[in-house]
Design a protein around this ligand. Structure first.
Ligand code: PA5
Ligand code: NI
Length: 193
């Protein structure tokens, strides 16, 4: 007989930006992202204060199995390292053919995507915007506003995370502030292929 998983709901609290049935909350500070920002001097200058860059709140009790969907909220704090906006580490899915949907809840953000060959794509994220991350695209978000940037992510529970490729090669582009506005420029720290 089929063992049916019980349906359930949870509430995304738009004040705290967490969800009611959170299993784990992951926090990433600057020291957890060593070498990912382009300006090494600016990174070193912030090392002592080691700012909190973002938190991810994962919904509980969803098995990491094919057919299941995981979801979480990400709260990215406002700030910059040099002129580069606070951002997530960024990853490809370990199972590269798994897609993902992001839904903007609060604040102003950017979604930067790239193929394994280094083709870059850039999407603006704000409350109400649903962004589709197709299979195989690496993805990273940044907060380009003055308040928290918050979004919900829904993804196949067996997708997994490949952080190593981004850590080794970097993103082809970065998002920096130019004349008070976000600009996408080539990453000076990108490893040559
Ligand atoms: O599933 C996703 O792509 C997101 O929930 C991210 O994991 C989250 O925004 C944090 O980014 P990263 O996993 O790159 O640290
Ligand atoms: Ni993802």
């Amino acid at each position: 007989m089929t063992d049916y998983m019980p349906p359930f709901t949870s509430t995304v609290d738009l004040q705290s930006c967490t969800i009611t049935n959170v299993a784990t909350t992951l926090s990433r500070r600057l020291a957890d992202m060593r070498g990912l920002y382009a300006d090494a001097q600016a990174e070193a200058a912030l090392a002592a204060s080691n700012p909190l860059i973002y938190e991810v709140h994962y919904a509980a009790n969803i098995p990491e199995e094919a057919g299941q969907l995981s979801y979480c909220t990400t709260v990215l704090y406002p700030g910059k390292v040099g002129d580069e906006y606070f951002m997530t580490k960024g990853h490809y899915h370990a199972k590269g053919d798994r897609a993902e949907v992001y839904y903007g809840l609060q604040g102003e953000g950017c979604l930067l995507l790239q193929t394994p060959e280094g083709e870059v794509n850039f999407q603006v994220m704000k409350p109400g915007v649903a962004a589709y991350v197709p299979p195989y695209w690496g993805h990273r978000t940044m907060n380009v506003g003055a308040v928290n940037f918050v979004f919900l992510a829904v993804f196949p529970a067996d997708a997994g995370y490949d952080y190593k490729t981004i850590a080794d090669e970097g993103f082809a582009s970065i998002v920096v502030e130019r004349d008070g506005k976000p600009a996408v420029i080539a990453n000076p720290r990108r490893a040559k292929k």
